[in-house]
Design a protein around this ligand. Structure first.
Ligand SMILES: Nc1ncnc2c1ncn2[C@@H]1O[C@H](COP(=O)(O)OP(=O)(O)OP(=O)(O)O)[C@@H](O)[C@H]1O
Ligand SMILES: [Mg+2]
Length: 229
């Protein structure tokens, strides 16, 4: 068995479903939790993962196709994007490989705009990701003829903490989680979040002022908490 990644929550390995290569995400048993609670939480996260992936597709947001789910074995079988890299790796590669700051900024802004559009579309359809980070966004190359990464399709993944919710506050929290993640993962790229937010506002016009107000409220509360300790 080829293990692709072993994270805090799950083990990802290559498998087969109906003769086709797929990815198997198996959630670990967390022994520090009561067994009943652990089973309950795991099932809830698996259901959320498969539901939201399907709803994203319906909303025009790319997500892995869920091929099969085995709740007892804690496994989800999904479409595997073999050549994809995470948005995190892509951004880090740009910074490491491109010497020209203007070119770096142009490429990163293009991606940031696409990320904002994608999250905007999700929120416009009341789909809350729950764990927005650049590790949970994949770039699947469209043209790989010369090995360069010129164009790609954006794919959202990792919906274990996702939900279906109309609330502007919940959407604001989703954005706040992303801002925090970007501040720790891409702290040097200060314009990243604002570019995402600009594209987000265009893609999700319903209640956008309220959502941004809620986001700012949540951020202010977060700051206060950090100061108080
Ligand atoms: N469908 C997929 N196709 C290709 N790669 C994938 C796919 N799903 C996940 N990955 C890769 O595996 C990594 C972990 O997947 P995922 O985020 O779903 O699991 P996780 O346990 O929540 O991990 P983490 O704790 O890092 O968020 C992703 O960051 C990505 O690199
Ligand atoms: Mg993840």
């Amino acid at each position: 068995m080829v293990i692709i990644k072993q994270g805090a929550e799950a083990k990802l390995s290559l498998g087969e479903f109906c003769g086709k290569k797929c990815l198997i995400k198996e959630r670990f048993v967390k022994h520090y939790r009561h067994p009943d609670l652990d089973t309950h939480l795991t099932k809830e996260r698996m259901r959320a993962e498969s539901k939201t992936a399907a709803r994203c597709e319906a909303a025009g947001v790319n997500a892995p196709r869920i091929l099969h789910m085995d709740l007892n074995e804690r496994k989800i079988y999904m479409e595997y994007f073999e050549k994809s890299i995470t948005a995190k790796a892509y951004i880090n590669d740009i910074v490491a490989q491109l010497n020209e700051p203007a070119e770096q900024k142009q490429r990163i802004n293009k991606l940031a705009g696409e990320i904002g559009t994608c999250i905007g579309k999700m929120h416009a359809n009341n789909l809350i990701h729950g764990d927005l980070t650049t590790s949970n966004i994949l770039l699947d190359p469209l043209a790989t003829d010369d090995g360069t990464f010129r164009d790609y399709k954006l794919i959202m993944i990792d919906f274990g903490l996702s939900s279906f919710n109309q609330s502007s506050e919940v959407k604001g929290v989703d954005l706040y989680v992303l801002e925090r993640a970007l501040l720790s993962t891409h702290s040097d790229i200060t314009y990243l979040f604002n570019t995402i937010l600009d594209a987000y506002k265009e893609a999700n016009t319903a209640n956008v002022i309220e959502i941004i107000n809620k986001f700012e409220e949540v951020r202010a509360r977060g700051r206060k908490r950090t100061m108080v300790g």
